[in-house]
Design a protein around this ligand. Structure first.
Ligand SMILES: C[S@@+](CC[C@H](N)C(=O)[O-])C[C@H]1O[C@@H](n2cnc3c(N)ncnc32)[C@H](O)[C@@H]1O
Length: 164
């Protein structure tokens, strides 16, 4: 729904996994849209490529990049993406988000999975490292004047923000 609402043609995903979220992103994208998806695990991406083929996705619609997100993201272009979806290593998500904002065109959409981190983010008594990291990311997105944020309480929580 988010890729359809933003009429996305260029989408980047951090954390391909076995391709479940990629298929949903592709479903809403423009028919000629291209999804760039990054994962450090070659085996996961192999399974994702099989899932894309089984779903009849043309190979020109996906660009899979193997590598650590923090090595790959700085090489992706500025202001070139309509939507960037983050779903990889939670402790690094703030760093991914910084890259994502650089990569998004004006009016583009940042989407962060697991933003409620197992429902711990809203509980101030929870102070473990990953909960604090996700809580801090939510705060910095909320306080960034260049972003219009919303926290959708679906699944593990989706933090969504539009760049001004
Ligand atoms: C939660 S899974 C992604 C699930 C996928 N988005 C989906 O919904 O189908 C997280 C993925 O991030 C990948 N990952 C973990 N650390 C990473 C890193 N530093 N760089 C790139 N990918 C990473 C893992 O290999 C794993 O496939």
């Amino acid at each position: 729904m988010l890729t359809a609402a933003s009429n996305a043609r260029a989408v980047a995903e951090v954390g391909t996994g076995t391709g479940v979220s990629a298929l949903w992103l592709l479903e809403g994208m423009a028919p000629d849209g291209v999804l760039t998806t990054i994962d450090v695990e070659v085996e996961h991406q192999r399974a994702a490529k099989e899932a894309f083929a089984d779903a009849g996705i043309r190979s020109t619609r996906t660009r899979t990049i193997s590598g650590r997100a923090l090595d790959v993201l700085p090489r992706l272009a500025d202001s070139a993406y309509d939507l960037v979806f983050l779903d990889a290593e939670p402790s690094e998500t703030s760093d991914y988000a910084e890259q994502a904002v650089r990569m998004l065109r004006r009016g583009g959409m940042l989407v962060v999975a697991e933003a409620l981190w197992h429902d711990r983010v809203a509980d101030p008594a929870r102070r473990d490292e990953l909960t604090v990291a996700m809580r801090e990311l939510g705060r910095s997105v909320r306080e960034d004047e260049n972003l219009v944020p919303s926290l959708l309480p679906v699944g593990g929580g989706l933090l969504v923000a539009i760049t001004r």
